[in-house]
Design a protein around this ligand. Structure first.
Ligand code: ZN
Length: 642
Protein backbone atom coordinates (compact mmCIF):
# COMPACT_ATOMS: atom_id res chain seq x y z
CA UNK A 1 0.00 0.00 0.00
CA UNK A 2 2.72 2.39 0.99
CA UNK A 3 4.79 1.61 -2.09
CA UNK A 4 1.85 2.03 -4.37
CA UNK A 5 1.04 5.34 -2.79
CA UNK A 6 4.56 6.70 -3.19
CA UNK A 7 4.67 5.59 -6.83
CA UNK A 8 1.42 7.35 -7.57
CA UNK A 9 2.68 10.49 -5.82
CA UNK A 10 5.80 10.32 -7.93
CA UNK A 11 3.70 10.06 -11.08
CA UNK A 12 1.69 13.07 -10.06
CA UNK A 13 4.87 15.00 -9.38
CA UNK A 14 6.51 14.08 -12.72
CA UNK A 15 3.31 14.82 -14.58
CA UNK A 16 3.06 18.22 -12.95
CA UNK A 17 6.63 19.13 -13.84
CA UNK A 18 6.24 18.07 -17.45
CA UNK A 19 3.08 20.16 -17.84
CA UNK A 20 4.62 23.26 -16.33
CA UNK A 21 7.58 22.97 -18.70
CA UNK A 22 5.66 21.89 -21.75
CA UNK A 23 4.26 24.81 -23.70
CA UNK A 24 6.77 26.86 -25.66
CA UNK A 25 9.77 24.66 -25.27
CA UNK A 26 9.69 23.11 -28.67
CA UNK A 27 13.28 22.08 -29.31
CA UNK A 28 15.37 24.40 -31.38
CA UNK A 29 18.87 24.22 -32.73
CA UNK A 30 21.58 26.46 -31.32
CA UNK A 31 24.69 28.00 -32.86
CA UNK A 32 27.76 29.75 -31.59
CA UNK A 33 29.47 31.58 -34.44
CA UNK A 34 33.04 32.77 -34.39
CA UNK A 35 34.11 34.66 -37.47
CA UNK A 36 37.25 36.53 -38.42
CA UNK A 37 37.26 38.50 -41.65
CA UNK A 38 39.68 40.76 -43.43
CA UNK A 39 38.17 43.33 -45.71
CA UNK A 40 39.95 44.73 -48.75
CA UNK A 41 38.23 48.05 -49.34
CA UNK A 42 40.01 48.59 -52.67
CA UNK A 43 38.93 45.30 -54.25
CA UNK A 44 35.59 45.12 -52.38
CA UNK A 45 36.47 41.60 -51.35
CA UNK A 46 37.09 39.87 -48.09
CA UNK A 47 38.35 36.59 -46.73
CA UNK A 48 37.32 34.96 -43.54
CA UNK A 49 37.25 31.98 -41.29
CA UNK A 50 34.17 30.70 -39.58
CA UNK A 51 33.65 28.21 -36.83
CA UNK A 52 30.24 27.23 -35.51
CA UNK A 53 29.57 25.23 -32.41
CA UNK A 54 26.33 23.58 -33.46
CA UNK A 55 23.98 21.96 -30.97
CA UNK A 56 21.53 19.50 -32.44
CA UNK A 57 18.70 19.70 -29.94
CA UNK A 58 16.39 17.81 -32.28
CA UNK A 59 15.43 14.19 -31.78
CA UNK A 60 16.77 13.55 -35.29
CA UNK A 61 20.03 12.23 -36.71
CA UNK A 62 21.33 14.79 -39.20
CA UNK A 63 23.01 13.38 -42.30
CA UNK A 64 23.35 16.68 -44.17
CA UNK A 65 23.77 20.37 -43.41
CA UNK A 66 22.75 23.35 -45.51
CA UNK A 67 24.30 26.82 -45.65
CA UNK A 68 22.96 29.95 -47.32
CA UNK A 69 25.40 31.73 -49.65
CA UNK A 70 23.10 34.63 -50.46
CA UNK A 71 25.46 36.73 -52.56
CA UNK A 72 25.70 34.10 -55.27
CA UNK A 73 22.28 35.43 -56.26
CA UNK A 74 23.97 38.56 -57.58
CA UNK A 75 25.37 36.89 -60.66
CA UNK A 76 23.95 37.04 -64.19
CA UNK A 77 21.43 34.26 -64.87
CA UNK A 78 21.05 33.34 -61.20
CA UNK A 79 17.63 32.23 -59.96
CA UNK A 80 17.08 35.73 -58.54
CA UNK A 81 18.01 37.24 -61.90
CA UNK A 82 15.72 34.89 -63.85
CA UNK A 83 12.78 35.44 -61.52
CA UNK A 84 13.25 39.21 -61.43
CA UNK A 85 13.36 39.48 -65.22
CA UNK A 86 10.39 37.19 -65.79
CA UNK A 87 8.17 38.89 -63.24
CA UNK A 88 9.54 42.30 -64.18
CA UNK A 89 7.50 42.14 -67.37
CA UNK A 90 4.25 41.84 -65.46
CA UNK A 91 2.05 44.87 -65.03
CA UNK A 92 -0.36 45.11 -62.08
CA UNK A 93 -2.67 48.11 -61.70
CA UNK A 94 -0.81 49.91 -64.49
CA UNK A 95 2.54 49.55 -62.71
CA UNK A 96 5.48 47.28 -63.35
CA UNK A 97 4.86 44.72 -60.70
CA UNK A 98 8.28 43.38 -59.80
CA UNK A 99 10.80 45.08 -57.61
CA UNK A 100 12.13 48.11 -59.48
CA UNK A 101 15.40 47.79 -57.59
CA UNK A 102 16.24 44.52 -59.35
CA UNK A 103 14.63 44.15 -62.82
CA UNK A 104 17.47 43.25 -65.23
CA UNK A 105 20.26 44.79 -63.17
CA UNK A 106 21.73 41.44 -62.12
CA UNK A 107 22.04 40.34 -65.75
CA UNK A 108 24.10 43.43 -66.48
CA UNK A 109 26.60 43.07 -63.64
CA UNK A 110 30.23 43.03 -64.78
CA UNK A 111 32.62 40.55 -63.14
CA UNK A 112 33.91 43.14 -60.66
CA UNK A 113 30.34 44.21 -59.80
CA UNK A 114 28.79 40.79 -59.24
CA UNK A 115 28.73 39.16 -55.84
CA UNK A 116 30.00 35.79 -54.77
CA UNK A 117 30.64 33.70 -51.71
CA UNK A 118 33.09 30.85 -52.06
CA UNK A 119 33.48 28.30 -49.32
CA UNK A 120 36.52 26.10 -48.81
CA UNK A 121 37.74 23.49 -46.36
CA UNK A 122 34.45 22.54 -44.78
CA UNK A 123 35.23 20.46 -41.73
CA UNK A 124 32.98 18.88 -39.16
CA UNK A 125 34.64 17.88 -35.92
CA UNK A 126 37.97 18.29 -37.68
CA UNK A 127 37.16 15.99 -40.63
CA UNK A 128 36.93 17.31 -44.20
CA UNK A 129 33.44 17.05 -45.69
CA UNK A 130 31.98 16.64 -49.18
CA UNK A 131 29.95 19.63 -50.36
CA UNK A 132 27.64 20.36 -53.29
CA UNK A 133 26.87 23.89 -54.41
CA UNK A 134 23.35 24.81 -55.49
CA UNK A 135 24.00 28.47 -56.28
CA UNK A 136 22.82 30.17 -53.06
CA UNK A 137 22.68 26.95 -51.05
CA UNK A 138 25.62 24.80 -50.05
CA UNK A 139 24.82 21.23 -49.14
CA UNK A 140 27.23 19.38 -46.87
CA UNK A 141 27.01 15.59 -47.03
CA UNK A 142 28.24 14.51 -43.64
CA UNK A 143 30.63 11.58 -43.46
CA UNK A 144 29.33 10.82 -39.97
CA UNK A 145 25.85 11.94 -38.93
CA UNK A 146 25.29 14.45 -36.15
CA UNK A 147 23.36 12.55 -33.51
CA UNK A 148 20.34 13.83 -31.59
CA UNK A 149 21.20 15.96 -28.55
CA UNK A 150 24.83 16.27 -29.56
CA UNK A 151 27.23 19.03 -30.49
CA UNK A 152 29.43 19.39 -33.55
CA UNK A 153 32.07 21.91 -34.54
CA UNK A 154 31.58 23.17 -38.11
CA UNK A 155 34.53 24.99 -39.64
CA UNK A 156 35.14 26.59 -43.00
CA UNK A 157 36.99 29.35 -44.72
CA UNK A 158 35.30 31.68 -47.15
CA UNK A 159 35.98 34.50 -49.54
CA UNK A 160 33.51 36.90 -50.99
CA UNK A 161 33.09 39.82 -53.31
CA UNK A 162 30.63 42.49 -52.28
CA UNK A 163 28.15 43.00 -55.15
CA UNK A 164 27.18 46.43 -56.34
CA UNK A 165 24.10 47.33 -54.30
CA UNK A 166 21.13 45.61 -55.96
CA UNK A 167 18.97 44.33 -53.17
CA UNK A 168 19.43 44.79 -49.41
CA UNK A 169 23.19 44.31 -49.27
CA UNK A 170 26.03 45.51 -51.46
CA UNK A 171 28.53 48.24 -52.04
CA UNK A 172 28.17 51.86 -53.07
CA UNK A 173 24.43 52.30 -52.69
CA UNK A 174 22.51 55.25 -54.10
CA UNK A 175 23.31 57.43 -51.09
CA UNK A 176 27.00 56.60 -51.43
CA UNK A 177 27.45 54.23 -48.48
CA UNK A 178 30.43 52.02 -49.25
CA UNK A 179 29.44 48.72 -47.65
CA UNK A 180 26.01 47.42 -46.62
CA UNK A 181 26.94 44.01 -45.30
CA UNK A 182 23.79 41.95 -44.90
CA UNK A 183 23.70 38.22 -45.72
CA UNK A 184 27.47 38.46 -46.01
CA UNK A 185 28.66 35.21 -44.39
CA UNK A 186 27.95 31.53 -44.96
CA UNK A 187 24.83 31.22 -42.83
CA UNK A 188 23.74 27.86 -41.52
CA UNK A 189 20.16 27.09 -42.53
CA UNK A 190 17.64 26.34 -39.82
CA UNK A 191 16.50 22.82 -39.04
CA UNK A 192 13.27 22.76 -37.06
CA UNK A 193 10.14 20.67 -36.47
CA UNK A 194 9.47 20.99 -40.20
CA UNK A 195 12.95 19.82 -41.21
CA UNK A 196 15.57 21.80 -43.14
CA UNK A 197 14.75 25.16 -44.72
CA UNK A 198 17.24 25.50 -47.59
CA UNK A 199 15.36 28.28 -49.35
CA UNK A 200 17.27 29.56 -52.40
CA UNK A 201 17.64 33.34 -52.39
CA UNK A 202 15.45 34.62 -55.18
CA UNK A 203 13.73 37.56 -53.54
CA UNK A 204 12.75 37.69 -50.00
CA UNK A 205 13.00 37.04 -46.36
CA UNK A 206 15.12 35.13 -43.98
CA UNK A 207 15.16 32.56 -41.26
CA UNK A 208 18.07 31.68 -39.04
CA UNK A 209 19.30 29.61 -36.12
CA UNK A 210 19.28 31.23 -32.69
CA UNK A 211 22.68 31.70 -31.14
CA UNK A 212 25.62 33.84 -30.17
CA UNK A 213 27.98 35.64 -32.56
CA UNK A 214 31.58 36.62 -32.03
CA UNK A 215 32.79 38.58 -35.06
CA UNK A 216 36.11 40.29 -35.73
CA UNK A 217 36.39 42.51 -38.77
CA UNK A 218 39.69 43.86 -40.00
CA UNK A 219 39.23 46.96 -42.14
CA UNK A 220 40.96 50.17 -43.25
CA UNK A 221 41.22 52.31 -40.13
CA UNK A 222 39.35 55.24 -41.73
CA UNK A 223 36.13 53.24 -41.93
CA UNK A 224 33.49 53.37 -39.22
CA UNK A 225 31.61 50.12 -38.70
CA UNK A 226 28.01 49.96 -37.53
CA UNK A 227 26.07 46.78 -36.94
CA UNK A 228 24.68 44.05 -34.74
CA UNK A 229 26.27 43.44 -31.37
CA UNK A 230 28.46 45.10 -28.79
CA UNK A 231 31.90 46.41 -29.67
CA UNK A 232 34.39 44.80 -27.30
CA UNK A 233 37.41 47.00 -27.92
CA UNK A 234 35.91 50.48 -28.16
CA UNK A 235 38.93 52.08 -26.49
CA UNK A 236 41.25 51.00 -29.29
CA UNK A 237 38.71 51.71 -32.02
CA UNK A 238 37.21 55.10 -31.17
CA UNK A 239 35.01 56.25 -34.08
CA UNK A 240 32.50 57.52 -31.51
CA UNK A 241 32.28 54.23 -29.61
CA UNK A 242 34.77 55.22 -26.92
CA UNK A 243 33.53 56.24 -23.49
CA UNK A 244 32.79 59.97 -23.42
CA UNK A 245 35.76 62.11 -22.46
CA UNK A 246 38.32 59.31 -22.74
CA UNK A 247 41.34 58.96 -25.01
CA UNK A 248 41.51 56.23 -27.59
CA UNK A 249 44.66 54.15 -27.91
CA UNK A 250 44.72 53.01 -31.51
CA UNK A 251 47.15 50.23 -32.39
CA UNK A 252 49.74 50.94 -35.10
CA UNK A 253 49.01 50.06 -38.73
CA UNK A 254 46.55 51.02 -41.43
CA UNK A 255 43.75 48.77 -40.31
CA UNK A 256 41.74 48.16 -37.17
CA UNK A 257 40.32 44.92 -35.79
CA UNK A 258 36.73 45.54 -34.75
CA UNK A 259 35.59 42.90 -32.30
CA UNK A 260 31.84 42.48 -31.76
CA UNK A 261 29.81 40.02 -29.75
CA UNK A 262 26.06 39.55 -30.10
CA UNK A 263 24.24 37.22 -27.73
CA UNK A 264 20.98 35.50 -28.60
CA UNK A 265 20.37 36.65 -32.17
CA UNK A 266 19.75 34.81 -35.44
CA UNK A 267 21.75 37.00 -37.81
CA UNK A 268 24.52 39.56 -37.87
CA UNK A 269 24.67 42.65 -40.10
CA UNK A 270 27.27 45.38 -40.46
CA UNK A 271 27.93 48.39 -42.60
CA UNK A 272 31.03 50.48 -43.10
CA UNK A 273 31.88 53.85 -44.53
CA UNK A 274 34.79 56.27 -44.07
CA UNK A 275 32.43 59.26 -43.78
CA UNK A 276 29.82 58.01 -41.36
CA UNK A 277 28.69 60.53 -38.78
CA UNK A 278 28.11 58.59 -35.57
CA UNK A 279 25.48 59.85 -33.13
CA UNK A 280 24.61 58.06 -29.93
CA UNK A 281 22.12 58.55 -27.16
CA UNK A 282 21.88 56.75 -23.87
CA UNK A 283 18.23 55.77 -23.52
CA UNK A 284 18.66 54.18 -20.09
CA UNK A 285 21.29 52.28 -18.18
CA UNK A 286 22.10 49.34 -20.39
CA UNK A 287 20.62 50.69 -23.61
CA UNK A 288 22.31 53.07 -26.05
CA UNK A 289 20.82 54.05 -29.40
CA UNK A 290 23.12 54.83 -32.32
CA UNK A 291 22.75 56.49 -35.71
CA UNK A 292 25.25 56.31 -38.58
CA UNK A 293 24.80 58.41 -41.71
CA UNK A 294 26.61 60.57 -44.21
CA UNK A 295 25.47 63.40 -46.41
CA UNK A 296 26.82 63.15 -49.94
CA UNK A 297 25.21 66.12 -51.72
CA UNK A 298 26.05 64.82 -55.22
CA UNK A 299 24.44 61.46 -54.58
CA UNK A 300 21.40 63.04 -52.94
CA UNK A 301 21.06 65.46 -55.85
CA UNK A 302 21.11 62.52 -58.28
CA UNK A 303 18.36 60.81 -56.25
CA UNK A 304 16.36 64.04 -56.28
CA UNK A 305 16.76 64.30 -60.07
CA UNK A 306 15.02 60.93 -60.39
CA UNK A 307 11.87 62.11 -58.58
CA UNK A 308 8.67 62.81 -60.48
CA UNK A 309 8.05 66.38 -61.72
CA UNK A 310 5.18 66.68 -59.24
CA UNK A 311 7.47 65.97 -56.26
CA UNK A 312 10.13 68.33 -57.60
CA UNK A 313 7.60 71.09 -58.07
CA UNK A 314 6.88 71.09 -54.34
CA UNK A 315 10.45 70.80 -53.12
CA UNK A 316 13.83 72.03 -54.33
CA UNK A 317 16.94 69.84 -54.28
CA UNK A 318 18.34 71.90 -51.40
CA UNK A 319 15.16 71.45 -49.40
CA UNK A 320 15.29 67.72 -50.06
CA UNK A 321 18.87 67.48 -48.85
CA UNK A 322 18.26 69.58 -45.75
CA UNK A 323 15.15 67.52 -44.85
CA UNK A 324 17.14 64.38 -45.40
CA UNK A 325 19.87 65.61 -43.07
CA UNK A 326 17.39 66.76 -40.44
CA UNK A 327 15.68 63.38 -40.36
CA UNK A 328 18.99 61.69 -39.61
CA UNK A 329 19.88 64.28 -36.99
CA UNK A 330 16.56 63.61 -35.25
CA UNK A 331 16.32 59.85 -35.61
CA UNK A 332 17.48 59.02 -32.09
CA UNK A 333 15.08 61.50 -30.58
CA UNK A 334 12.23 59.93 -32.58
CA UNK A 335 13.26 56.41 -31.56
CA UNK A 336 13.47 57.43 -27.89
CA UNK A 337 10.06 59.04 -28.01
CA UNK A 338 8.50 55.90 -29.48
CA UNK A 339 10.26 53.31 -27.32
CA UNK A 340 8.23 53.64 -24.09
CA UNK A 341 4.99 53.07 -26.01
CA UNK A 342 6.53 50.23 -28.02
CA UNK A 343 7.74 48.52 -24.86
CA UNK A 344 4.31 48.95 -23.26
CA UNK A 345 2.52 47.36 -26.21
CA UNK A 346 5.10 44.92 -27.63
CA UNK A 347 7.43 44.01 -24.75
CA UNK A 348 10.74 45.16 -23.35
CA UNK A 349 13.75 45.68 -25.61
CA UNK A 350 16.39 43.46 -23.99
CA UNK A 351 19.60 44.21 -25.92
CA UNK A 352 22.14 46.85 -24.93
CA UNK A 353 22.14 48.76 -28.20
CA UNK A 354 20.20 49.50 -31.36
CA UNK A 355 21.67 51.16 -34.46
CA UNK A 356 19.89 53.09 -37.21
CA UNK A 357 22.34 52.74 -40.09
CA UNK A 358 22.26 54.44 -43.44
CA UNK A 359 22.73 51.72 -46.02
CA UNK A 360 20.95 49.24 -48.23
CA UNK A 361 18.14 50.13 -50.58
CA UNK A 362 15.09 50.93 -48.46
CA UNK A 363 14.52 49.77 -44.92
CA UNK A 364 15.59 46.34 -43.83
CA UNK A 365 15.65 44.83 -40.38
CA UNK A 366 18.42 42.93 -38.64
CA UNK A 367 19.17 42.09 -35.01
CA UNK A 368 19.96 45.28 -33.06
CA UNK A 369 20.13 47.26 -36.30
CA UNK A 370 18.43 48.39 -39.47
CA UNK A 371 19.76 49.52 -42.83
CA UNK A 372 17.89 52.58 -44.08
CA UNK A 373 18.03 54.73 -47.19
CA UNK A 374 16.67 57.66 -45.23
CA UNK A 375 15.37 58.29 -41.74
CA UNK A 376 11.74 59.20 -42.48
CA UNK A 377 9.40 58.58 -39.57
CA UNK A 378 7.41 55.70 -41.08
CA UNK A 379 10.38 53.59 -42.09
CA UNK A 380 12.28 54.29 -38.87
CA UNK A 381 9.37 53.18 -36.69
CA UNK A 382 8.64 50.21 -38.94
CA UNK A 383 12.19 48.87 -38.89
CA UNK A 384 12.59 49.59 -35.17
CA UNK A 385 9.48 47.44 -34.56
CA UNK A 386 10.97 44.57 -36.49
CA UNK A 387 13.22 44.14 -33.47
CA UNK A 388 10.15 42.60 -31.90
CA UNK A 389 8.48 40.93 -34.86
CA UNK A 390 11.20 38.81 -36.38
CA UNK A 391 14.36 39.78 -34.54
CA UNK A 392 13.06 38.54 -31.18
CA UNK A 393 9.93 36.67 -32.26
CA UNK A 394 11.85 34.78 -34.91
CA UNK A 395 9.07 33.56 -37.17
CA UNK A 396 10.05 31.79 -40.36
CA UNK A 397 9.24 34.85 -42.44
CA UNK A 398 9.42 32.98 -45.73
CA UNK A 399 6.52 30.84 -44.59
CA UNK A 400 4.60 33.29 -42.38
CA UNK A 401 5.48 36.70 -43.78
CA UNK A 402 2.28 38.14 -42.31
CA UNK A 403 3.49 37.45 -38.76
CA UNK A 404 6.64 39.41 -39.49
CA UNK A 405 5.68 42.25 -41.85
CA UNK A 406 2.01 42.28 -40.86
CA UNK A 407 2.50 42.36 -37.10
CA UNK A 408 5.18 45.01 -37.61
CA UNK A 409 2.81 47.08 -39.76
CA UNK A 410 0.12 46.78 -37.11
CA UNK A 411 2.49 47.99 -34.39
CA UNK A 412 3.75 50.71 -36.74
CA UNK A 413 0.23 52.11 -37.30
CA UNK A 414 -0.48 52.24 -33.58
CA UNK A 415 2.94 53.66 -32.70
CA UNK A 416 2.56 56.42 -35.30
CA UNK A 417 -0.88 57.10 -33.85
CA UNK A 418 0.68 57.32 -30.39
CA UNK A 419 3.25 59.82 -31.69
CA UNK A 420 0.30 61.87 -32.93
CA UNK A 421 -1.52 61.75 -29.59
CA UNK A 422 -3.97 59.11 -30.80
CA UNK A 423 -5.76 61.57 -33.02
CA UNK A 424 -6.85 58.82 -35.42
CA UNK A 425 -9.72 56.69 -34.12
CA UNK A 426 -9.23 54.15 -36.92
CA UNK A 427 -5.44 53.85 -37.40
CA UNK A 428 -5.79 50.62 -39.39
CA UNK A 429 -8.30 52.01 -41.90
CA UNK A 430 -5.68 52.24 -44.67
CA UNK A 431 -4.83 48.57 -44.20
CA UNK A 432 -8.55 47.69 -44.28
CA UNK A 433 -8.95 49.50 -47.60
CA UNK A 434 -5.91 47.78 -49.11
CA UNK A 435 -7.22 44.41 -47.90
CA UNK A 436 -10.55 45.04 -49.58
CA UNK A 437 -8.85 46.16 -52.80
CA UNK A 438 -6.69 43.05 -53.02
CA UNK A 439 -9.66 40.83 -52.20
CA UNK A 440 -11.51 42.26 -55.17
CA UNK A 441 -8.47 41.90 -57.44
CA UNK A 442 -7.34 38.78 -59.25
CA UNK A 443 -3.95 38.65 -57.51
CA UNK A 444 -5.15 37.64 -54.08
CA UNK A 445 -3.53 34.54 -52.57
CA UNK A 446 -3.86 32.88 -49.16
CA UNK A 447 -1.47 33.82 -46.35
CA UNK A 448 -0.15 30.27 -46.34
CA UNK A 449 1.77 31.11 -49.54
CA UNK A 450 5.58 31.04 -49.24
CA UNK A 451 6.96 34.58 -49.68
CA UNK A 452 8.89 33.57 -52.81
CA UNK A 453 5.92 31.81 -54.33
CA UNK A 454 3.46 34.70 -54.68
CA UNK A 455 2.59 35.29 -58.33
CA UNK A 456 2.99 39.04 -58.00
CA UNK A 457 4.89 41.49 -55.86
CA UNK A 458 1.62 43.32 -55.26
CA UNK A 459 0.08 40.08 -53.98
CA UNK A 460 2.99 39.45 -51.65
CA UNK A 461 3.08 42.98 -50.26
CA UNK A 462 -0.60 43.24 -49.55
CA UNK A 463 -0.76 39.80 -48.04
CA UNK A 464 2.32 40.15 -45.89
CA UNK A 465 1.99 43.75 -44.75
CA UNK A 466 -1.69 44.53 -44.90
CA UNK A 467 -3.45 41.29 -44.04
CA UNK A 468 -1.23 40.72 -41.02
CA UNK A 469 -2.18 44.16 -39.74
CA UNK A 470 -5.87 43.58 -40.37
CA UNK A 471 -5.59 40.15 -38.72
CA UNK A 472 -4.61 41.72 -35.38
CA UNK A 473 -7.22 44.46 -35.50
CA UNK A 474 -9.98 42.00 -36.38
CA UNK A 475 -8.70 39.79 -33.58
CA UNK A 476 -9.60 42.64 -31.21
CA UNK A 477 -13.08 42.72 -32.73
CA UNK A 478 -13.42 39.04 -31.79
CA UNK A 479 -11.74 38.92 -28.36
CA UNK A 480 -11.83 42.58 -27.27
CA UNK A 481 -9.12 45.24 -27.35
CA UNK A 482 -7.78 44.55 -23.87
CA UNK A 483 -7.51 40.84 -24.57
CA UNK A 484 -5.79 41.48 -27.88
CA UNK A 485 -3.28 43.76 -26.18
CA UNK A 486 -2.69 41.18 -23.45
CA UNK A 487 -2.20 38.53 -26.14
CA UNK A 488 0.52 40.61 -27.81
CA UNK A 489 2.47 40.92 -24.55
CA UNK A 490 2.05 37.28 -23.59
CA UNK A 491 3.04 36.29 -27.13
CA UNK A 492 6.27 38.25 -26.72
CA UNK A 493 7.02 36.85 -23.27
CA UNK A 494 6.30 33.29 -24.31
CA UNK A 495 7.90 33.18 -27.73
CA UNK A 496 10.78 35.68 -27.71
CA UNK A 497 14.05 34.10 -28.88
CA UNK A 498 12.09 31.26 -30.42
CA UNK A 499 10.35 30.46 -33.69
CA UNK A 500 6.60 31.00 -33.22
CA UNK A 501 4.23 29.89 -35.97
CA UNK A 502 0.54 30.67 -36.60
CA UNK A 503 -0.67 27.76 -34.46
CA UNK A 504 1.42 28.95 -31.53
CA UNK A 505 -0.09 32.41 -31.81
CA UNK A 506 -3.66 31.14 -32.07
CA UNK A 507 -3.30 28.69 -29.20
CA UNK A 508 -1.81 31.41 -27.00
CA UNK A 509 -4.57 33.87 -28.01
CA UNK A 510 -7.17 31.26 -27.08
CA UNK A 511 -5.50 30.73 -23.73
CA UNK A 512 -5.43 34.45 -22.91
CA UNK A 513 -8.93 35.29 -24.16
CA UNK A 514 -10.82 32.09 -23.36
CA UNK A 515 -12.28 32.34 -26.87
CA UNK A 516 -11.85 29.64 -29.49
CA UNK A 517 -10.11 30.91 -32.61
CA UNK A 518 -9.25 27.91 -34.77
CA UNK A 519 -12.00 28.96 -37.17
CA UNK A 520 -10.51 32.46 -37.42
CA UNK A 521 -7.13 31.09 -38.44
CA UNK A 522 -8.86 28.66 -40.79
CA UNK A 523 -10.68 31.36 -42.72
CA UNK A 524 -8.24 34.24 -42.44
CA UNK A 525 -4.93 32.48 -42.91
CA UNK A 526 -5.72 29.40 -44.96
CA UNK A 527 -8.20 30.91 -47.41
CA UNK A 528 -8.98 34.13 -49.24
CA UNK A 529 -12.57 34.20 -48.00
CA UNK A 530 -13.88 37.60 -46.95
CA UNK A 531 -16.22 39.30 -44.50
CA UNK A 532 -19.43 40.96 -45.62
CA UNK A 533 -22.27 41.62 -43.22
CA UNK A 534 -25.22 43.89 -43.88
CA UNK A 535 -28.32 45.30 -42.29
CA UNK A 536 -31.15 43.46 -44.00
CA UNK A 537 -34.32 44.96 -42.51
CA UNK A 538 -35.93 46.63 -39.48
CA UNK A 539 -39.47 46.59 -38.28
CA UNK A 540 -41.55 47.18 -35.16
CA UNK A 541 -43.46 44.40 -33.45
CA UNK A 542 -45.34 44.81 -30.18
CA UNK A 543 -43.63 48.13 -29.45
CA UNK A 544 -40.15 46.61 -29.90
CA UNK A 545 -37.77 47.04 -32.79
CA UNK A 546 -36.61 43.97 -34.65
CA UNK A 547 -33.37 44.16 -36.60
CA UNK A 548 -32.43 41.54 -39.14
CA UNK A 549 -28.81 41.14 -40.26
CA UNK A 550 -27.56 39.22 -43.22
CA UNK A 551 -24.23 37.47 -43.75
CA UNK A 552 -23.40 38.01 -47.42
CA UNK A 553 -19.76 37.06 -47.00
CA UNK A 554 -17.73 33.87 -46.87
CA UNK A 555 -15.95 34.42 -43.54
CA UNK A 556 -18.12 34.46 -40.41
CA UNK A 557 -17.61 36.99 -37.63
CA UNK A 558 -19.19 38.07 -34.39
CA UNK A 559 -21.08 41.35 -34.71
CA UNK A 560 -21.07 44.64 -32.83
CA UNK A 561 -24.19 46.54 -33.88
CA UNK A 562 -24.31 50.06 -32.54
CA UNK A 563 -27.75 51.65 -32.26
CA UNK A 564 -27.93 55.41 -31.92
CA UNK A 565 -31.29 56.85 -30.85
CA UNK A 566 -32.82 60.21 -31.61
CA UNK A 567 -32.30 61.28 -28.01
CA UNK A 568 -28.55 60.79 -28.50
CA UNK A 569 -28.31 57.64 -26.39
CA UNK A 570 -26.49 54.59 -27.70
CA UNK A 571 -26.78 50.87 -27.30
CA UNK A 572 -24.35 48.19 -28.41
CA UNK A 573 -25.99 44.98 -29.53
CA UNK A 574 -23.33 42.29 -29.29
CA UNK A 575 -23.77 39.01 -31.13
CA UNK A 576 -20.95 36.53 -30.58
CA UNK A 577 -20.07 34.06 -33.29
CA UNK A 578 -21.15 30.54 -32.32
CA UNK A 579 -17.69 29.17 -33.18
CA UNK A 580 -16.14 31.29 -30.42
CA UNK A 581 -17.70 29.17 -27.66
CA UNK A 582 -17.69 32.31 -25.56
CA UNK A 583 -18.03 36.05 -25.78
CA UNK A 584 -15.72 39.02 -25.60
CA UNK A 585 -15.65 41.15 -22.48
CA UNK A 586 -17.00 44.66 -22.70
CA UNK A 587 -14.01 47.01 -22.96
CA UNK A 588 -15.93 50.26 -23.26
CA UNK A 589 -18.29 50.69 -20.33
CA UNK A 590 -19.47 54.10 -21.55
CA UNK A 591 -21.95 52.51 -23.99
CA UNK A 592 -24.59 50.12 -22.70
CA UNK A 593 -24.13 46.67 -24.16
CA UNK A 594 -26.68 43.89 -24.57
CA UNK A 595 -25.34 40.47 -25.42
CA UNK A 596 -27.51 38.33 -27.64
CA UNK A 597 -27.39 34.63 -28.42
CA UNK A 598 -24.47 33.60 -30.64
CA UNK A 599 -24.97 33.51 -34.40
CA UNK A 600 -24.50 30.09 -35.97
CA UNK A 601 -22.38 30.55 -39.07
CA UNK A 602 -24.58 28.14 -41.01
CA UNK A 603 -27.46 30.65 -40.79
CA UNK A 604 -27.43 33.45 -43.35
CA UNK A 605 -29.82 35.68 -41.36
CA UNK A 606 -30.01 36.70 -37.72
CA UNK A 607 -32.73 38.71 -36.03
CA UNK A 608 -32.60 40.43 -32.65
CA UNK A 609 -34.92 42.84 -30.89
CA UNK A 610 -34.47 45.86 -28.66
CA UNK A 611 -36.97 47.33 -26.30
CA UNK A 612 -37.32 50.64 -28.13
CA UNK A 613 -39.74 51.96 -30.71
CA UNK A 614 -38.62 51.89 -34.31
CA UNK A 615 -39.23 55.62 -34.65
CA UNK A 616 -36.77 56.28 -31.78
CA UNK A 617 -33.95 54.88 -33.84
CA UNK A 618 -31.61 57.10 -35.81
CA UNK A 619 -28.53 55.08 -36.83
CA UNK A 620 -27.81 51.36 -37.00
CA UNK A 621 -24.22 50.39 -37.68
CA UNK A 622 -22.37 47.08 -37.82
CA UNK A 623 -18.73 47.25 -36.73
CA UNK A 624 -18.78 50.99 -35.99
CA UNK A 625 -15.03 51.12 -35.22
CA UNK A 626 -14.14 49.58 -38.59
CA UNK A 627 -12.24 46.68 -37.09
CA UNK A 628 -13.09 44.27 -39.88
CA UNK A 629 -12.34 44.49 -43.59
CA UNK A 630 -16.02 44.29 -44.49
CA UNK A 631 -16.19 44.08 -48.28
CA UNK A 632 -19.16 46.39 -48.62
CA UNK A 633 -19.09 48.87 -45.82
CA UNK A 634 -21.96 51.00 -47.07
CA UNK A 635 -24.60 48.39 -46.20
CA UNK A 636 -23.18 48.15 -42.67
CA UNK A 637 -24.72 51.46 -41.76
CA UNK A 638 -28.27 52.70 -41.97
CA UNK A 639 -29.20 56.24 -41.13
CA UNK A 640 -32.91 56.79 -40.65
CA UNK A 641 -34.48 60.11 -41.52
CA UNK A 642 -37.99 59.75 -40.19
ZN1 ZN B 1 9.05 45.28 -42.66
Amino acid sequence: MKNILSVSLLIVFVFHVSISQAQPDRWQQRVKYKMDVKMDVEKNQFKGKQSIEYTNNSPDTLKVLFYHLYWNAFQPESMMDARSRELGKRVVNGRNDWDGRVRDRILNLKPDEAGYQKVNDVKVNGRAQKVKLYETILKVELDKPILPKSKAVLELSFEAQVPVQIRRSGRDNAEGVRFSMAQWYPKLAEYDYEGWHPTPYIAREFYGVWGDFDVTINIDKNYTIAGTGYLQNAQEIGHGYEAAGTTVKTPAGNTLNWHFVAPNVHDFVWAADPQYIHLSKKFRDGLTLHAFYKIDPDKLKAIYDGFSPRVKQNMSADQYISNYRREWENVLELASRALPYIEKTCGKYPYQQYSFIQGGDGGMEYPMATLLKGAGRGVVIHEWLHSWYQMMLGTNESLHSWMDEGFTSFAESRTINFLENFKDSTPHEGAMRAYIAISKSDYNEPLTTHADQYETNAGYSTNAYVKGEVFLETLAYIVGDKNRDAIMLKYFDTWKFKHPNPNDFIRLAEGVSGIQLDWYKGYFVNTIKTIDYSIDSLWEEGGKTKIRLRNKGTMPMPNDVQLTFKDGSKLMAYIPQYLMFGSKPQDDASVKRIEFAPWKWTDRFYTFEVDRKLLDLKIVEIDPRHQTADMERKDNRLELNW
